[in-house]
Design a protein around this ligand. Structure first.
Ligand code: GDP
Length: 457
């Protein structure tokens, strides 16, 4: 409830150098004064100054030596009066300082409540709040960089500029509906056409970034598949440059999937080394095979690894044919051994458009070409540098709704110019875009965003 004063431990549970207890709301200063005894008398809590002293219970019982800071509204994270106490980073000490803040009149914060208050108080838009989650969960420094850019408002600005242009158009269309006799229809038709196609371009540019956004946020699910003994585990180890999968010459050693993160130019790849996909009677191995099939079905990228020194069998030829229209790289391993020329020729005929990669996972020859081929295959038309943010599913759905409405507007425009009809489409597109920043988001959408937060954020 806005208006109340909330508190929570902002640092993760466990032991650490410091723990932070955060207090936000109109009573923040009063709560702080009841549970913080400054080292020097007559402390006036100059805003944003750090004070050394002791955290105590409201009855004056000492808990720990701490630092405290007071940040009055509106210049704080939540936009409300905020106080923070930095105590030693132990579980018990943090809990005791928290209990003292509660005893002094604060109530426990819900997960994400500090950030949701920041949103409600206009300190950030909804997509900026989502960037906070992405920063906390960043899987690479590149992902962090993009999320930090989003938090500073790059995506909001992109969206707001497009939405504002639509709002201007909407105003012109409504005037034309109300005062048709004062409207220069040819000029309005012209500016309507320009505004709709500009907005459509912008929305499509952002939609093109959505796939990269998911890749940077969740990682690219990359399934390494291939017959037993092709060298899948060796390849995973060669990429990770350490021993992770057990490499043996016995077929079926990797009984379950092995998953590892690998950073390719800052892009996290979720590498899954699958157990050989094949028919088996062994119940344990069958479980692994099932998991491998799932990884293959879900994969964003398939690395089909074959032993280049052996003939291609029918099972893998069929599998290749079944998946050749998906993002797939065919890799012939063991290039340090004599190559089976028939296999190479057959593969070239099966996938004439796909480059055939040859490498030796054992010696490392050809690994650089593989890395380059993976990057090219993912068609990352937008590099991390040019992304406005890590577009998530909620934002993508809103962008798609905006795109639909703008396409409808464009089609209506082509048929005949009707300001009233067009204003409905433009209004729908504006509404969808305004949902992204939260300007026009329904309460349950907002609630769903903040449910993803952790306590104390
Ligand atoms: P997996 O069953 O596909 O995971 O295959 P492994 O990675 O366990 O490798 C099977 C065998 O092939 C092991 O003896 C590896 O040392 C060997 N191997 C893997 N890669 C190469 C390679 O590039 N060249 C050669 N000569 N042997 C390799």
């Amino acid at each position: 409830m806005l208006g109340s004063t909330i508190t929570a431990i902002a640092t993760p549970p466990g032991s650490g150098g410091i723990g932070i207890i955060r207090i936000s709301g109109p009573q923040a200063l009063s709560v702080l004064q009841q549970i913080f005894r400054p080292g020097r008398p007559n402390c006036r809590f100059t805003p944003r100054h750090l004070y050394l002293g002791h955290a105590t219970t409201p009855d004056g019982e000492e808990i720990d030596q701490v630092m405290a800071v007071y940040m009055p509204a509106p210049h704080s994270y939540t936009g409300e009066d905020v106080a923070e106490i930095q105590c030693h980073g132990g579980y018990v000490v943090c809990q005791e300082v928290l209990a003292a803040a509660l005893a002094a009149g604060a109530s426990p914060a819900e997960p994400g409540e500090f950030t949701s208050r920041a949103f409600i108080n206009g300190k950030m838009s909804l997509d900026q709040a989502e960037a906070v989650i992405d920063i906390i969960e960043a899987k690479s420094s590149e992902a962090l960089k993009i999320s930090a850019r989003q938090l500073s408002g790059s995506l909001s600005r992109d969206i707001t500029n497009t939405a504002d242009a639509l709002l201007d158009l909407l105003a012109q269309l409504e005037v034309a509906v109300d005062y048709p006799e004062e409207t220069d229809e040819a000029a309005l038709a012209d500016s309507t056409h320009t505004a709709i196609s500009n907005a459509l371009d912008n929305v499509r540019r952002l939609l093109a970034q959505a796939r990269s956004g998911r890749y940077y946020r969740e990682g690219v699910l990359t399934a390494i598949i291939g017959p037993p003994n092709a060298g899948k585990s060796t390849l995973l180890n060669a990429l990770l440059e350490r021993e992770r999968s057990i490499v043996t010459p016995i077929a079926g050693t990797t009984r379950d999937t092995v998953e590892e993160y690998y950073l390719l130019n800052g892009l996290p790849l979720r590498l899954v080394d699958t157990a050989g996909i094949r028919d088996t009677d062994d119940p344990v191995e069958r479980f692994g095979v099932e998991r491998s099939r799932q990884a293959l079905a879900d994969a964003d990228l398939i690395l089909l690894l074959l032993d280049g020194s052996r003939p291609l069998d029918a099972f893998w030829r069929d599998l290749l044919l079944a998946h050749r229209h998906r993002p797939l790289l065919v890799i012939l391993n063991k290039s340090d051994l004599p190559v089976d020329a028939a296999t190479t020729a057959e593969l070239a005929a099966l996938c004439p458009d796909a480059p055939l990669l040859t490498l030796s996972a054992r010696t490392g020859g050809g690994m650089e070409e593989l890395r380059r081929a993976v990057w090219d295959k993912l068609l990352l038309n937008a590099s991390g540098e040019s992304l406005s943010g890590l577009i998530n599913d909620r934002q993508k759905a809103a962008l798609l709704a905006a795109e639909d409405a703008l396409i409808a507007a464009d089609q209506h425009f082509e048929l005949f110019f009707d300001a009233g009809l067009l204003s409905i489409d433009v209004q729908t597109a504006w509404q969808a875009l305004a949902e992204i920043s939260g300007r026009a988001a329904a309460e349950d959408v907002i609630d769903r965003v903040f449910q993803r937060f952790c306590l104390g954020k």
